[in-house]
Design a protein around this ligand. Sequence first.
Ligand code: GAP
Length: 432
Amino acid sequence: MTVDLETIIDLAKQRGFIFPSSEIYGGFKSSYDYGPLGVELKNNIKRLWWKEMVYKRDDIVGLDAAIMMSSKVWEASGHTSAGFADLLSECIKCHKRWRRDHVDDVCPDCGGALSEPKKFNLLVRTHLGPVEDESTQAFMRPETAQGIFVNFSLVAKASRKKLPFGIAQIGKAFRNEITPGPFTFRMREFEQMEMQWFYDSANNNNWYEFWKEQRMAWYKKIGIDPEKLRFHDHAKDELAHYAKAAVDIEYEYPWGWGEFEGIHDRGEWDLSNHMKYSGQDMRIFDEETKEAIMPHVIETSGGVDRSVLVALMDAYRSETVDKEERVYLAFHPSVAPVKIAVLPLVKNKENVTAKAKEVANMLRGRWLIQYDEAGTVGRRYRRQDEIGTPFCVTIDFDTLEDNAVTIRMRDTMEQIRKPIEELKAFFKKQFN
Ligand code: GAP
């Protein structure tokens, strides 16, 4: 189902997924903080991505490079030039600035005329050290990819990798976006999960198609509705300065289709530019052919924040049960922040609560568990539905006799009875 943006923003805040940043000071445009459930959702997505890209393959290794790098990196990569810029127009009447491709001919706020568009570079600048001059200027990385390129030779050597192989990285990136929003879709500080795939272009040119299909399949595997996913091929005039070809994986957001991952054919743009600017040989030596090869690169570049937003919006469900609205988040079990809720049927009944705490402790550690004894069991189920907990385990008086519990499924509300000793094996199967 399609959910409107306001409903998601409200649920995200009330249930502890995503908060507006610095709210006590009136907020800070374009920044958001992940609450107790948001950080779990985000970590689950990152962990699943790392598992898929690094642990399940023996031809991809990980990296965690610094956010602030030599300014020469950004000259070589082309990010300090006009290529990494958006067109900006200023309203002649209210002086508000707009990204030209996001507005029509007049200011969306006051209807004033817009100035001729100017190129606006998106790099976020800072100064390192006590003196603020040209020599201490540094940039916050606008993509994690360059940390991978500048370390390419070191990684290849240290991990004894031969072409083709990949380097994966998850980390923060920064862009001075002219018009951030909606919500976490476009921010100035965000996180990426990127993989650069290095290959010999003389041997195989199908990697672009291969990675395109792999990445789309992964989003389906983690539960995103295939009906709301599509590819969007970039036309020549849409291509980033480094790309020979590019395709976006798009989701149908409440405001329309939009990108949340890009697959890019970067050719030898980055490595050959770093070779030119640094004077270091970025090629890899093939022991068999005794040739130095300049690898070509296919990049998979996913947004962590946009994937979280997609997972949240895609999971939203609302239905009428017993004449009341039931809202639930139908997260895939692997993505759900809280995996299991343990609920004693009655409160303050020594034996029942003691047993429930025992069951919660038995499951805790491997999975994120919530123990809840406040309110009627019906209300407690609804609270768990709203945060997307796939399973509720209820302990009742019968548990004390038969050592079995009731497991209630979030999506179907179906209930089954299971012996406590089988719980761990049962959940292990569900979460794998
Ligand atoms: N290294 C290639 C690269 O950065 P991109 O298409 O500019 O490519 C990749 O960005 C992904 O990073 C996007 O699909 C999006 O998910 C995320 N992203 C980019 N800019 C963003 C922003 N301002 N806020 C949130 N996510 C962003």
